[in-house]
Design a protein around this ligand. Structure first.
Ligand SMILES: Nc1nc2c(ncn2[C@@H]2O[C@H](COP(=O)(O)OP(=O)(O)O)[C@@H](O)[C@H]2O)c(=O)[nH]1
Ligand SMILES: [Mg+2]
Length: 463
């Protein structure tokens, strides 16, 4: 009941994207099947009837011959149910100086208090005492759809006298998460992959009204190829409307000047008008000027709203006229969560993985990429193909090595266990032998087998 409700309700935010994509995939695949089956059947039918047919057969005709309900039209629901059962994993990271409202905003977005923060040991532990990384996991549910949400907080970012390497522990953390995923990919059993990669990094810009600070630029430059960067202007209620507009323009100019890639909803040709317009509206708001609040206050017209109350009025978090919170949340949760996950997997992670492989010894001929002469294009393509093969080979090698290592480890362990057992048995035998020897000596010397008590007593008395 709940599930079908979730499927039909477009307001169902989180799942919408994944579900539809999954379903489309299945439908496409299913249509392919029908097509091949249909074509084959029609072909032979034509061959038999010869002159009667003539016109090229349409697979659609065959589909019409289905007299009863076979049931495969239920495939989308099956896929949907599977996805719902599995749940979705999403990891959001928040970065920015203390007090910019990171925790508040996350709580506002997911309408869940994710505190008190539970500290989860990070993958790739050992890191200095600079920026802390805390990860809080929560499983939230909406209309029967489960979202495994992890929020990675970075307390301490930008809070030190010397913030030169502030970005480093954060980059390390992101890469450690990639490594953990890579390691799972190389495992023999890949059924239960846990995706702890950071899918979105919300970067909080202090509402100075001037421009980006060096620390902001440094951070974004270091991380923009590793993670989906979503810059937001924190505590936008501390600026006037005009100040926000001006500040946004300056921030965007800085980002462009430093050639920083930030996440922006991609526009596809096949998007319908409504989606395109929705995307444009989101894009126009970047960098989002946000206001967070977990308080409910009374608006002048008497409504109870989430917001912040000031002597001069009330700022409503969920009011698009007041701030860009709604658009940010829409992008993050309702419309582009799957896009963020996909870009993380297909572009950012893929780049990281290729880089890692290259570092492992697969060299790449850089001249290939500088080739501009069309005549040499074919050779270039061949080279690319070879490279692709080499890459695949390297990947296979890596998997192979990993498996060999696992096996060796196991063998070594069982060898050690064998040795230990052998030693134990030897010692036990030796002990037995000594006891038997002792018995033998006693028997030979005519002494009783258990003389200790009596004889000892005698000696004792004699003392
Ligand atoms: N004016 C204003 N204050 C905010 C906003 N968001 C959070 N705060 C306040 O700023 C303080 C720090 O918020 P917190 O979420 O703990 O910041 P964090 O250190 O970045 O996690 C708290 O007192 C919040 O109530 C906002 O959008 N505007
Ligand atoms: Mg906080």
């Amino acid at each position: 009941m709940d599930e079908s409700y979730a499927y039909e309700q477009p307001s169902n935010g989180v799942t919408e994207q994944v579900e539809q994509d999954d379903i489309v995939d299945q439908q496409e695949q299913h249509q392919d099947d029908v097509y091949t089956n249909g074509a084959a059947t029609n072909g032979s039918a034509n061959g038999l009837s010869g002159l009667n047919g003539g016109a090229s057969p349409q697979p659609a005709v065959i589909r019409k011959t289905l007299a009863s309900w076979v049931g495969f039209s239920n495939l989308p629901n099956q896929v949907h149910r599977r996805s719902v059962r599995r749940g979705f994993q999403f990891v959001a990271m928040v970065v920015g100086e203390s007090g910019l409202g990171k925790s508040t905003l996350i709580n506002t977005i997911f309408e869940t208090t994710l505190s008190p923060p539970k500290v989860v040991p990070e993958p790739g532990t050992d890191r200095g005492k600079t920026v802390e990384i805390q990860s809080t996991a929560a499983e939230i549910e909406e209309n029967g759809v489960r979202l495994k949400l992890t929020v990675v907080d970075t307390p301490g970012f930008g809070d030190f006298v010397n913030n030169d390497d502030c970005w480093k522990p954060i980059l390390d953390n992101i890469e450690a998460r990639y490594d953990a995923y890579l390691e799972q990919e190389n495992r023999v059993n890949r059924l239960k992959m846990v995706d702890n990669r950071v899918h979105a990094c919300i970067y909080f810009i202090q509402p100075t009204g001037h421009a980006l600070k060096p620390i902001d630029i440094e951070f974004m430059k270091r991380l923009h190829t590793k993670v989906n960067l979503i810059p937001v202007i924190a505590k936008a209620d501390t600026l006037t409307e005009e100040e926000v507009e001006l500040f946004k323009r300056r921030v965007l100019a800085d980002i462009e000047h430093h050639e920083i890639n930030i996440f922006s909803p991609p526009m596809y040709d096949r998007d319908d008008d409504e989606t395109a317009q929705e995307n444009e509206e989101i894009i126009r708001k970047i960098p989002f000027a946000v206001v967070g609040s977990d308080q409910v206050v009374k608006a002048p017209d008497g409504r109870n709203v989430r917001g912040r109350s000031y002597p001069w009025g009330v700022i409503e978090v969920d009011n698009e006229q007041h701030c860009d919170f709604v658009k940010l949340r829409q992008m993050l949760v309702r419309t582009h969560m799957e896009e963020l996950r996909e870009k993380t997997n297909d572009v950012l992670y893929e780049d990281y993985r290729s880089e890692k492989l290259r570092a492992m010894g697969v060299t790449q001929d850089e001249s290939v990429f500088k080739e501009t002469n069309p005549a040499a294009k074919q050779a270039e393509e061949r080279k690319r193909h070879d490279e692709k093969l080499a890459k695949m080979e390297a990947e296979m090698k890596m998997v192979f090595q990993q498996k060999v290592q696992e096996k060796e480890q196991k063998l070594k362990q069982s060898e050690e266990e064998l040795y230990a057992r052998h030693r134990e048995m030897k010692e036990a035998l030796e002990k037995q032998r000594l006891e038997l020897d002792d018995k033998k000596r006693r028997i030979e010397s005519g002494r009783p087998l258990t003389p200790e008590k009596g004889s000892k007593k005698r000696f004792g008395l004699g003392k």
